[in-house]
Design a protein around this ligand. Structure first.
Ligand code: SRM
Ligand code: SF4
Length: 566
């Protein structure tokens, strides 16, 4: 890259990153400023790389304005948890931090991470230090870097699963930024006298053009929605060992209403690499994006657009150039489903794991359903792990038969009874949306449960209560709940109004299609009722809902992201 930078041509974030002295900016000064609950604008951008977003309570917005008060600022903190695995001790610490400094809930995200909401500025440092005290951190949980690396959620399932999960951790470690800013600002570690000593061998001084997301999966389960990732590795098992990984590039969900050059896209399979090559391949794909991604317009800077602009063959050739070798031909693989398989399962080693549904990923105590208390008590009574899934659920993993009994008792005592939910609800995801997300046009997490109840009653009338159907809702088109892969997808357009998308498939390998626009709840139910009735009467043996609506031409299958309408 030449040294000359024409800043006028670039997005303002590029300059902020470049001038930040490797992500320091004026964060220290912003944190110390007692006049406001917010931080300086440039610091709001830089703080993301440290794992936090400035937000404000949108429920209070109008009233605060009326009272001429600044917005009720607080921060979201995202904990980096590659593959989603934490110990019971770590769970207990995060649980207590959520009571001490946040809004008394833990949010399990769609990328196997934890979020705290509602942390005020003066508590940021204490929360980050608490997180680090149990050997977790928030580095690169957000920002223009590689984010939390996702994995299939249960290393305890078999030795092969453990191997694949370990790959996710290796990739995550390798791609961490190397600036010492995080340790200086949040952990009070000694300032380096000449901080220019910081170098970012992978990211450089402007980091990536945009966020970057990686996942690994092991067929037949597509539980990390591998086709939605910038970069995916699909484990290929041959003769009961991991022969290597197929490499997938260019998935992504985010779109912007009214901007038709934005679209969700499924990743392309570009080849196969050996287990030893995985980290190198990850690094080189990141470098090609670093050097070729769009730094002018952040709406068009994700890897999916770089690939469509370059063409997949030129992109591949560039990756090979950086690698110094070619990938092998991709191997065959097949997914049978995405989402999670709920309930108890026995691992190869005789230990038990319970995949527990967590509606909207929100761990809270509500109306006698005391999930937060239950999980705290479980953490105090087991020696295994907690594993977050990419579908906002949690696995209580690796427990003995005795511990299994204890877990069941604790869940029962706290009103948390797994296994009594519809196939639709089990496969539901809702992004956070209101009241914290600054980009939300409509509710999602706080509303989807109610809508699901209403759709359940239609399903019930047709004997479909147990039928597994993937339903996802987001409060805006950014796609945080991966709605464009759902069999039934809702995307918020404005308060109380949603676009309805149909025709994703049950294994997460097909984009859905816009069916109806800007619907109210009554309109949603009126639209879905005849389709569900038709499905109940006319589906063929084993036919999934998403496949049925395509076969019956309710919607037309979308073959490439750029054909997507929103
Ligand atoms: Fe997301 C921005 C929440 C997974 C695409 N996402 C946001 C922000 C930070 C809003 C903001 O920028 O101010 C949301 C914070 C809301 C809040 O109050 O908590 C937010 N995203 C989430 C989470 C918490 C949703 C959830 O309910 O679980 C997920 C956290 C994941 C994690 O642990 O790292 C989350 N976001 C995703 C995913 C799904 C995934 O990664 O598998 C996507 C779609 C996949 C993709 O990236 O293409 C996603 N989030 C976005 C985008 C659109 C990016 C784009 O390419 O256009 C934005 C907006 C942006 O970046 O400008 C965004
Ligand atoms: Fe916010 Fe939109 Fe993401 Fe939902 S999809 S959390 S509304 S940015």
């Amino acid at each position: 890259m030449s040294d000359y930078i024409n800043w006028d041509e670039l997005s303002e974030l590029e300059r902020i990153k470049y001038e930040s002295n490797y992500l320091r900016g004026t964060l220290v000064e912003s944190l110390a400023d007692p006049i406001t609950g917010s931080i300086a604008y440039a610091d709001t951008q830089l703080s993301k790389f440290h794992g936090m977003y400035q937000q404000f309570d949108r429920d209070l917005e109008k009233e605060r304005k009326r009272q001429k008060l600044e917005p009720a600022y607080s921060f979201l903190i995202r904990v980096r948890v590659p593959g989603g695995v934490v110990t019971p001790q770590q769970w207990l610490k995060l649980d207590s931090l959520s009571d001490q400094y946040a809004n008394h809930t833990l949010k399990l995200t769609t990328r196997q991470a934890f979020q705290f909401h509602g942390v005020i500025k003066s508590n940021l440092k204490k929360t980050i230090q608490g997180i680090n005290s149990v050997l977790l951190d928030t580095i690169a949980a957000c920002g223009d870097v590689n984010r939390n690396v996702m994995s299939h959620p249960n290393p305890a399932e078999s030795q092969l699963h453990a191997e694949v999960a370990e790959v996710a951790c290796r990739i995550s470690e390798h791609l961490l930024p190397s600036t010492t800013a995080y340790h200086e600002i949040w952990l009070d570690q000694k300032l380096i006298a000449d901080s220019k000593k910081d170098v970012e061998p992978i990211y450089g001084d402007r980091y990536l053009p945009r966020k970057f997301k990686i996942a690994v999966a092991i067929p037949p389960y597509n539980d990390s929605d591998i086709f939605s990732q910038d970069l995916g590795f699909v484990a290929i098992v041959e003769n009961n060992r991991i022969a290597g990984y197929n490499v997938l590039v260019g998935g992504g969900m985010g779109t912007t209403f009214g901007m038709h050059e934005t679209y969700p896209r499924l990743a392309d399979v570009i080849g196969f690499c050996t287990p030893e090559q995985v980290v190198d391949v990850a690094e080189k794909v990141v470098l090609v994006q670093r050097d070729n991604g769009n730094r002018q317009n952040r709406k068009l800077s994700r890897l999916k657009y770089t690939i469509d602009r370059m063409g997949i063959d030129s992109f591949k050739a560039e990756v090979y150039k950086y690698l110094g070798y070619e990938l092998q031909e991709a191997r065959d693989f097949e997914f049978t489903r995405n989402g999670d398989r709920l309930g108890w399962k026995k691992g190869d080693d005789g230990k038990w794991s319970l995949t527990l549904f967590v509606e909207g990923g929100r761990v809270a105590d509500r109306n006698g359903f005391n999930l937060k208390t239950a999980l705290r008590q479980v953490a105090g009574n087991i020696s295994g792990q907690f594993i977050l899934t990419g579908n906002q659920n949690v696995i209580i993993a690796n427990v003995s038969a005795d511990e299994k009994k204890k877990v069941n008792e604790i869940l029962k005592k706290n009103g948390v009874l797994p296994g009594e939910i519809s196939g639709l609800r089990q496969n539901s995801i809702a992004c956070v949306a209101l009241n914290t997300c600054g980009l939300a046009f409509a509710e999602a997490e706080r509303y989807l449960p109610t809508l699901v109840t209403k759709i359940e009653s239609i399903l019930n009338q047709h004997g479909l209560f147990k039928e597994e159907i993937v339903i996802r809702m987001t409060g805006c088109p950014n796609g945080c709940g991966r709605p464009y892969l759902a069999e039934i997808g809702f995307v918020g357009k404005s308060e109380g109004h949603y676009n309805l998308y149909l025709g994703g498939n049950f294994n997460g390998t097909r984009l859905n299609t816009l069916y109806r626009e800007t619907l109210t709840e009554d309109e949603i139910l009126a639209e879905l009722t005849p389709v569900i009735a038709d499905y109940a009467s006319n589906r063929s043996e084993g036919e999934k809902f998403g496949d049925f609506v395509i076969r019956k031409q309710y919607v037309k299958e979308i073959l490439k992201g750029s054909d997507f309408k929103h």
